[in-house]
Design a protein around this ligand. Structure first.
Ligand code: GRF
Length: 181
């Protein structure tokens, strides 16, 4: 079974891609009841749970919810905070994240969303892509499991790059999770 942890503001498009790919997603956890991704999960018929990721009890609560849902692989999809080490210890090598750049480039604290694509555009690189990696106690530093690449074209805006990379994310994440299961 797969569990997905989403952020408070994310669209939930990677979550949707994982569910739509037919993966056995048993629970989607989000930080507040008005997280848009939780509505999408409910529409797709997947159970949802609200847990405040700022609470000191977040780690034990998340472990309990994931265990109850039979989760073997936990996928972060737009969740921007570091996870408690107790959660990482409970699913060793089984907590994944997708990042919208070719790590180790354009990763780390503050490198999320359009900040990544703006930095890619400003840097002058001719290639970008996305990375699925294991989650550790540092931002974007775990072992890289897979990457997909795409060009950065001379006239690209950051929005152009984001759209091209997002399409790759929706292809790569389900592929990697299926392999891990
Ligand atoms: C994606 O760009 C992903 O790479 C990053 O957060 C974003 C989430 O987007 N980790 P969405 O909510 O899945 O559409």
């Amino acid at each position: 079974m797969v569990g997905i942890l989403v952020g408070g503001k994310g669209r939930g498009s990677n979550m949707r891609a994982l569910i739509s790919a037919g993966l056995p997603v048993s629970i989607v956890v989000g930080p507040s009841a008005d997280a848009p991704a939780l509505d999408v999960a409910a529409e797709l018929g997947v159970a949802t749970k609200v847990l405040d990721s700022r609470s000191p009890d977040f780690g034990p609560q998340l472990i309990e919810v994931l265990h109850a849902a039979g989760v073997q692989v936990l996928c972060l999809a737009g969740f921007l905070r570091l996870l408690p080490s107790s959660v990482l210890a409970a699913w060793p090598g089984r907590v994944l994240n997708i990042h919208p750049a070719l790590l180790p480039a354009f990763g780390g604290r503050g490198m999320y969303g359009m900040h990544v694509h703006e930095a890619v555009r400003a840097s002058g690189v001719t290639e970008t892509g996305c990375t699925v990696h294991l989650v550790t106690e540092e931002y974007d530093e775990g072992a890289i499991l897979a990457q997909l690449r795409c060009p950065v074209l001379p006239d690209d805006t950051a929005e152009d790059i984001a759209a091209r990379v997002l399409a790759l994310e929706h292809e790569l994440y389900p592929h990697v999770v299926r392999g891990l299961l």
